[in-house]
Design a protein around this ligand. Sequence first.
Ligand code: P5A
Length: 439
Amino acid sequence: MRLSEYFLPTLKENPAEAQIVSHRLMLRAGMVRQSSAGIYTWLPLGLKVLRKVEEIVREEQDKAGCQELLMPTIQSADLWKESGRYEDYGKEMLRITDRHDRDMLYGPTNEELITEVFKGAVRSYKDLPKMLYHIQWKFRDEVRPRFGVMRGREFLMKDSYSFDLDSAGARVSYNKMFVTYLKTFQRMGLKAIPMAADTGPIGGDMSHEFLILADTGESQVFCHKNYLDLEIPEEDIDFNDHDGLQETVNKFTAEYAATDEMHDEAKGAALGSDLMTARGIEVGHIFNFGTKYSEPMKAVVTTGEGKEVAVEMGSYGIGVSRLVGGIIEASHDDNGIIWPESVAPFKVGLINLKTGDELCDSVCEDLYNRLNAAGAEALYDDRKDRAGAKFANMDLIGLPWQLVVGPRGLKDGVVELKNRASGEKQELSLDDAMSKLVG
Ligand code: P5A
């Protein structure tokens, strides 16, 4: 992409309405614009990151044997009346009446809808277990939408749902998602700590929140400091190895970890100097709620003995749009965003220090074409602007690599390659720079 053509409305000044760094940087880097309270338009640069985050989430769900479908955003209130949650959900639910005076709603979550889809299709234990997911916009009329996409009213969530014959099976599904979540967040350069959690309006008796640590996090967290050093296995997860899954879950739940809602002062104090208190951002939340929905909604299957039983269920959420803000909270400096490569909107920012100079232009064109052809997406700053402004802009949008082409270097046949995260700069020949970037 050429910057001269790109729709990238960056801001020089800090927007007054943004209280936390990710919100400030997302506005300044031209990633999002607020459309109304807690509702955002994703501009091209922001959308690219959102899609990359979404894709990592999708790949890991697929690996775990979860199958993707797509449910609608608008749901009929009837289903929620069946489960009993229509009244309970309160003002957070955006209620809509259609032209025939039917009660509809903009889905804040999909337990009812998926239960309905499931019960129309599955009757026998032979079809179990099943795990289904979608990545879809949700709406929650939060009292205080704030911090940009971190607490929006409209937000993108990945929600999965598991269906099992019995509670032992449901535990395996829960463990699969638990371990998948560790992997998913790790791929985005995040260390997410699982914490025992309250189940709130989703319900159930077993639940974990996954939190990343950041000073601006909304939750106060208390945990053993060993969590900072726990390593997630690098190799692919074997989802058929149920004991292995349980071992990993045990490892990540062995030490004390709780958010303020669940914190037990005595347990915290018992850790002494090993207790870490910090702020955290909830990026995922998983629930096992047995038959809370399947029973009232009559989602039953026939067992091997011919008995009818309500199916055991769980649900598993990831805040996809929140993660974009969360990653920035975890990775930035005074100059701007520092994207981990896995979610970066472009891999390389190519800076032409003297647009209009024949040699600079032709070398940049050549590098730009070679990078893109090799699959290393480049954003080429081909505008006529001051070098300082170009550097500041590239630092702000945080691409992992900056490739700087100027007349002075070209005289000696070199360009400069800067790593955004470390700040390290190297003078390299064109070919060496290329092989460093595309391997
Ligand atoms: C699990 C999947 C659920 O809704 N039902 C389906 C369950 N869980 S949850 O914890 O309420 O939400 C899942 C994740 O969504 C993100 N999230 C938000 N992101 C941005 N703005 C919001 N207002 C918001 N509310 C929830 C969180 O990451 C949460 O873990």
